[in-house]
Design a protein around this ligand. Structure first.
Ligand SMILES: Cc1cc2nc3c(=O)[nH]c(=O)nc-3n(C[C@H](O)[C@H](O)[C@H](O)COP(=O)(O)OP(=O)(O)OC[C@H]3O[C@@H](n4cnc5c(N)ncnc54)[C@H](O)[C@@H]3O)c2cc1C
Length: 339
């Protein structure tokens, strides 16, 4: 049975089947609500239901610790009748803008002992349209998909670059180092809403854990290309120094923005030297900022790391929860996405 969902303070409404998530139904109707993991972890899709009732769309919980009172996770809930919802934000999208490509590996380099930088070229004449910070899905032979953030800026649209951390036993990542030029991969993009709020001019802090650096690199390269000049701090966390696998990119940004502050947070702290911080990214954030009011923070990495950084920033340094933006690298196959 289908129900009608209206967005408060707008003339937008769409239909949603009783077992479909509100997020998927909105996407099918060309309305994008904020989202990232689609698995009830990151909390990006949290919003209020102002009229009507919702229940679980699957087995997972419809609220988590990121939800404010009265909020639910739109990726996890389905309507039990007609609804009115108040998402944090929404925008119209063209469902046809998401495209599938057969991409060809043209370079594959080991950037660290457990990180591959994989460059894929699209078929001749085809262009990938995405915003800096978004991700793609790679289709695996068993029909499942894995998500990876684009690390290149959107103006380099005939190719995509991925930073893939090797997970032991991983269906895709453990084999990625064996890909050679000419190998083909089925990819679909773009997905996600981890993008710089362009209307803001406030100081911006990026916190990346491991390959969570990939979307941050895309955003910073894009800012450079488009001459967006804002006070920038980058905190990049890894266990050891070799995990900060692209210091050359950081040096390039620092040349352009001499005020840019860079902190490598090394959690196996014995190795930290010079400017590097011995500790986790959330600890580096607390040490670097006595107060984060008036800042915007973009955080990307594992669920545990994003959770710790959110707590440090919002609970201990006064960052407005609405100024915390995150992309969470939730493990395993991507959740179903609406066509
Ligand atoms: C929006 C989004 C963007 C992402 N972007 C990136 C990216 O840019 N770079 C990147 O490296 N990864 C990224 N990921 C993670 C990626 O999608 C895969 O989950 C990861 O590469 C593992 O896939 P796999 O097929 O190798 O392992 P799977 O076959 O899915 O898993 C194999 C085993 O390893 C475990 N496992 C999987 N991932 C992890 C992990 N991270 N830590 C510990 N155990 C794990 C699983 O539970 C399972 O037991 C992203 C995830 C999301 C949701």
């Amino acid at each position: 049975m289908s129900h009608r969902i209206a967005i408060a303070n707008s003339d937008v409404a769409f239909d949603c089947a009783g077992n479909e998530s509100v997020l998927d139904a909105a996407a099918r109707a060309g309305i994008e609500l904020p989202y990232s993991c689609r698995k009830g972890v990151c909390g990006n899709c949290a919003g209020a239901v102002t009229q009507g009732e919702v229940g679980a769309a699957g087995n997972g919980a419809i609220v988590n610790e990121t939800c404010l009172p009265g909020q639910v996770l739109f990726c996890m809930c389905a309507p039990r009748g007609d609804l009115q919802i108040a998402p944090v934000s929404w925008r119209r999208i063209d469902p046809a803008a998401r495209k599938r490509f057969t991409a060809k590996v043209y370079r594959n380099q080991l950037a660290a002992s457990d990180v591959s930088v994989l460059q894929l070229r699209l078929p001749a004449g085809q262009r990938a349209k995405f915003s800096a910070g978004q991700y793609l899905q790679v289709a695996l032979p068993d029909g499942s998909t894995r998500s990876y953030s684009m690390a290149n800026a959107p103006h380099e649209s005939d190719a995509v670059t991925l930073h893939v951390r090797h997970v032991q036993g991983g269906a895709f990542s453990a084999r990625v180092a064996q890909l050679v030029p000419g190998d083909l991969l089925e990819i679909e993009l773009p997905f996600g809403a981890f993008s710089l709020q362009e209307e803001q001019a406030r100081p911006v802090v990026f916190v990346a854990g491991g390959t969570g650096f990939a979307p941050v690199k895309s955003i910073l390269d894009d800012m450079l290309k488009r001459r967006i000049d804002r006070p920038v701090t980058l905190i990049w966390g890894a266990r050891q120094a070799e995990g900060i696998y692209l210091r050359a990119a950081v040096a390039r940004w620092q040349k352009q923005w001499p005020q840019m502050r860079f902190i490598a947070a090394l959690s196996d702290g014995g190795e930290a030297s010079g400017e590097d911080f011995a500790g986790r990214p959330d600890q580096a954030l607390l040490a670097a900022f006595p107060d984060l009011r008036g800042h915007e923070l973009y955080c990307c990495g594992s669920p545990a790391m994003v959770h710790a950084v959110r707590e440090a920033a919002v609970q201990h340094r006064g960052l407005d929860a609405g100024d915390f933006h995150s992309d969470v690298f939730v493990e395993g196959p991507a959740a179903h996405t609406a066509a």
